[in-house]
Design a protein around this ligand. Structure first.
Ligand SMILES: [Zn+2]
Ligand SMILES: [Zn+2]
Length: 242
């Protein structure tokens, strides 16, 4: 999973652009074997409607409305080395290499989740991966959407197609540090389903892909729009849980 630190495993580019562990600065890879062992896979699954603990990340039956998200599966805890990896993935170069490390962590943990596995197994032909879109102005300034990159890489591993079904209408400020109630209000009306793509959604099972989730307000708002347009079930897949 993690690139070997030995000379044998290094290519010419490793000499021109040497890789350092994002956590301890050891030469050889973006995440050394030692720091990898400190990444926590204990993500404390929650129901994103009431934000209380939920078995396997599924929305509580009593919280599940007609247009509510069915559950959120997350791979790693957003702290320590994982936090540094994701931070660098967002704002720094070397995107392609960090992507491989992060996607491996994402995929390896998802497939070990029983509920996720059973959704995949039972709905193969109906599943689409949909990245949470950025607002066009943010996409222009950053140059890429990290959720789209993660969705494309997961698509290759899981064998489900990606579909850009959502459009971001509202430029929302960072939701960090806000309460769940304010987050919900800020994100309301932020998405719409692309008009020419509604046909795909009939009876579809959607995996919404994002990098980090905290209360799930964004995922739930996006799920609401997809379900209103005909999606049968919507689950969130988040690389990290904050
Ligand atoms: Zn390290
Ligand atoms: Zn609940």
């Amino acid at each position: 999973m993690v690139r070997s630190a030995t000379l044998k495993g290094m290519g010419i580019l490793d000499f021109i652009f040497p890789k350092y562990c994002v956590n301890c600065k050891k030469l050889g890879s973006y995440l050394c074997a030692n720091c990898l062992t400190f990444i926590s896979f204990d993500t404390e699954e929650i129901c994103v409607v009431c934000n209380r603990p939920a078995i396997n990340g599924l929305t509580h039956p009593g919280c599940l409305g007609k247009h509510t998200i069915n559950g959120v599966f997350s791979a790693i805890a957003y702290k320590g080395a994982a936090k540094k990896l994701i931070y660098n993935f967002k704002y720094k170069p070397y995107l392609a290499d960090l992507k491989n490390v992060l996607v491996d962590l994402f995929y390896e943990n998802l497939i070990q989740k029983e509920e996720f596995y059973s959704v995949c197994k039972n709905n193969k032909s109906l599943i689409f991966l949909v990245p949470i879109p950025l607002h066009s102005s943010k996409l222009r300034s950053r140059g890429y959407n990290q959720a789209e990159i993660l969705a494309a890489a997961l698509s290759k591993k899981l064998g489900f197609p990606t579909a850009n079904l959502l459009k971001r209408l509202k430029k929302t400020p960072s939701l960090a540090g806000l309460t769940q109630k304010i987050r919900k209000a800020n994100i309301k009306g932020a998405f719409e389903v692309e008009k020419d793509k509604k046909e795909i959604l009939k009876n579809a099972i959607i995996f919404l892909v994002d990098d980090i989730f905290t209360t799930g307000a964004t995922l739930n708002e996006a799920a609401k729009m997809l379900k209103k347009s005909g999606a049968k079930k919507v689950y969130g897949l988040a690389l990290a849980r904050d």
